[in-house]
Design a protein around this ligand. Structure first.
Ligand SMILES: Nc1ncnc2c1ncn2[C@@H]1O[C@H](COP(=O)(O)OP(=O)(O)OP(=O)(O)O)[C@@H](O)[C@H]1O
Ligand SMILES: [Zn+2]
Length: 490
């Protein structure tokens, strides 16, 4: 079995990945706050962890991996957008407007991430559906002396957990000095963070032992991962911007509530997509959305290719040059496959994967090396003398391996090649148009339309659209076009 090695942020070393239970490998990734369209930076963790999900499914079996990514649908920014709509005169209740905002944002998120070829996670819990579990965990932390209630707030007592700061390698005192921690009269210590806070009557809230309120952001992930993956699971991922305080706080909550579990064994953090050296972010305003690019006719595969060309642990920029190079390379792959009708017209045989590519991916998800390996293979397949010297069977085998390997990175080349083929001009169309014209003349002369009709229906069953007006004949390719059938009519 392939051994996957992953760099664990917790230990700062590359380790062999050994799942707790190989029949159910479990991964949690912090998902988006659903108040607006995802910006391009938000797509990076989606693509990185999608490749890891695919790799885990390949190694342990598709039914033996559980991937959970949450939607944070309790947030001031969501409320603010709903209030803005209400302010503009929308007659609906704030609750309805909030629901509408989160629903539409989740729909956009799915559309955009689907376009990038990302598989949907096994579970996509919404915070609002797990409030009960958050309340239970919060109460448990109070009972164990790790949290306290003050003025309708429940706060986590950071100094009660000695492991605090280990993930990010900081001491609590350094963190206080460096961080903009909120000093509030109800806090015992400035580092303490909110597990529960009161809600005003006009904002969403849930009844709790501490009055009507809502959960803090950090407890969401601790409660949902516990409910869906258990007290210990294999991998926890997210952007490096979440390492502190979000992930540090998740660890503190989960380890104190369930000291017998180990919470996440491996922590993985993707580096940031940057714009002129700064993190692309909503708050800095230096962002564009995934949808902006898709609308500019930059396909999802091109975006995916650009992201995967840089290792997840390195910061990167989005540039026009990178997009152009990615587009050219994918066009080369697709163009080369679009003319291999034998490949496109039957189910792909399983001849395994390119071993070097699999090795690269298994070595801490080295997607940039995996992509270079695919590029090298594409040059080999593209009529190189070595490839041409192979017999048909061996050629077919190499092509199957290439397609399956690209699929592990999330590129569906067969689908792209089929679309390309349907779009490509077919040189024989003119010939058949002429034949239709001639048969029609003959049919009109003889009054026998059988030959003309037979030709027409044969063309239709080859996947062509036949349009015959009084003085023109036109053939068009449809997505089910089959060149082999056309060839047989000659
Ligand atoms: N520039 C970026 N590059 C890579 N990943 C990012 C970037 N910005 C956010 N992420 C990641 O996107 C995921 C969703 O994050 P979230 O919805 O909290 O983003 P956000 O807070 O709305 O973004 P912003 O930081 O722009 O306000 C998280 O895993 C986060 O680490
Ligand atoms: Zn989280």
């Amino acid at each position: 079995m392939t051994t996957i090695r992953l760099t664990n942020t917790k230990t700062r070393t590359k380790e062999d990945f050994v799942p707790i239970d190989p029949t159910n490998v479990r991964m949690y990734v912090c998902g988006p706050t659903v108040y607006d369209r995802a910006h391009l930076g938000n797509a990076r963790p989606v693509i990185v962890f999608d490749v890891l999900f695919r790799l885990l499914r390949h190694v342990y079996g598709a039914d033996h991996v559980t991937y959970v990514r949450n939607f944070t649908d309790v947030d001031d920014k969501i409320n603010a957008e709903a209030q803005r709509r209400k302010g503009l005169g929308d007659p609906r209740s704030l609750e309805e407007l909030i629901r509408e905002r989160t629903e539409e944002t989740i729909r956009w998120y799915h559309e955009d991430m689907d376009a990038l070829g990302a598989l949907r996670p096994t579970e996509e819990p919404r915070a609002t559906e797990w409030i009960g579990a958050m309340i239970t965990m919060t109460q448990d932390l109070i009972d164990k002396g790790h949290a306290y209630e003050k003025a309708g707030h429940v706060l986590f007592r950071v100094r009660s957990y000695t492991g605090y700061g280990k993930l990010s390698g900081r001491s609590v005192d350094d963190m206080i000095a460096g961080a903009r921690v909120e000093v509030a009269p109800f806090k015992e210590d400035p580092m303490d963070f909110v597990l529960w806070k009161p809600s005003t009557d006009d904002l969403p809230g849930w009844d709790s032992p501490w009055g009507r309120g809502r959960p803090g952001w950090h407890i969401e992930c601790s409660a949902m991962s516990r409910e869906l993956l258990g007290e210990s699971f294999d991998i926890h991922g997210g952007g490096i911007d979440l390492q502190f305080p979000h992930h540090e706080n998740e660890i503190a909550q989960s380890m104190c509530a369930h000291p017998e579990g180990g919470f996440a064994k491996v922590w993985m953090h993707n580096e940031m997509l940057q714009v002129e050296g700064k993190k692309m972010s909503k708050s800095l305003g230096n962002f564009f959305t995934v949808r902006d690019l898709l609308d500019k006719e930059i396909p999802g595969d091109v975006i995916r290719f650009v992201f995967l060309s840089t290792h997840y642990s390195k910061p990167m920029d989005w540039t026009e040059e990178k997009a152009k190079a990615a587009r050219n390379e994918i066009a080369r792959w697709v163009g080369m496959l679009a003319i291999r009708h034998d490949l496109l017209d039957k189910p792909l045989e399983d001849h395994g994967l390119d071993n070097e590519m699999l090795e690269a991916l298994s070595d801490d998800l080295n997607t940039s090396l995996a992509i270079s390996r695919l590029m090298r293979t594409a040059r080999f397949l593209d009529n190189s003398p070595e490839f041409m010297s192979l017999d048909d069977r061996a050629q077919y085998r190499e092509e199957c391996i290439f397609i399956a390997s690209a699929r592990l990175l999330g590129f569906d080349l067969l689908e792209l090649a089929k679309k390309e083929r349907a779009r490509a001009p077919v040189k024989d169309l003119g010939y058949f148009e002429l034949r239709l014209v001639q048969e029609r003349i003959t049919a009109r002369e003889t009054g026998d339309f059988a030959v003309l009709d037979a030709l027409k229906s044969a063309l239709v069953s080859a996947g062509l659209e036949v349009r015959m007006s009084k003085d023109a004949v036109e053939l068009k390719v449809t997505p089910v076009f089959d060149p082999a059938k056309l060839e047989a009519l000659k």
